[in-house]
Design a protein around this ligand. Structure first.
Ligand SMILES: [Zn+2]
Length: 118
């Protein structure tokens, strides 16, 4: 990931957090009845903040993808949770520090929950 992208993501996160904080304040202030518009502005700001963070996360997910290198002895012990077929090294990918398993036998796609020691 390039440095300019990191800066862009950083600014995006700050803006999103600020939007959500303001939105929450507006929602908390709304029941006081000072301004009925707060009931509309609050959720819009909260929503905008969530959309920005989701957008950034999706962009980062594409960038972070990498290939896993497993020791053959460890692969031998790993089996598909769905069909119990033995899995090979090419069935594993890491996305955002989450190990994704795609079984070549039954096509099952799932995350690895019990973290093996690489
Ligand atoms: Zn399978």
């Amino acid at each position: 990931m390039s440095k300019s992208q990191n800066v862009f993501f950083g600014i995006g996160y700050c803006a999103a957090i600020a939007l959500m904080a303001l939105g929450a304040i507006f929602l908390m202030a709304a029941p006081a009845g000072t301004n009925p518009g707060f009931y509309i502005t609050g959720p819009i700001m909260l929503g905008a903040g969530v959309v920005i963070i989701v957008g950034i996360r999706l962009r980062q997910r594409v960038v972070v993808e990498q290939k896993v290198t497993l020791k053959p002895t460890q692969i031998r012990e790993l089996k598909c949770k769905n069909c119990h077929a033995s899995l090979s090294e090419k069935d594993f990918t890491i996305k955002n520090d989450i190990v994704i398993v795609k079984c070549t036998y039954c096509g099952a796609l799932y995350e690895m929950t019990d973290n093996p020691v690489w």
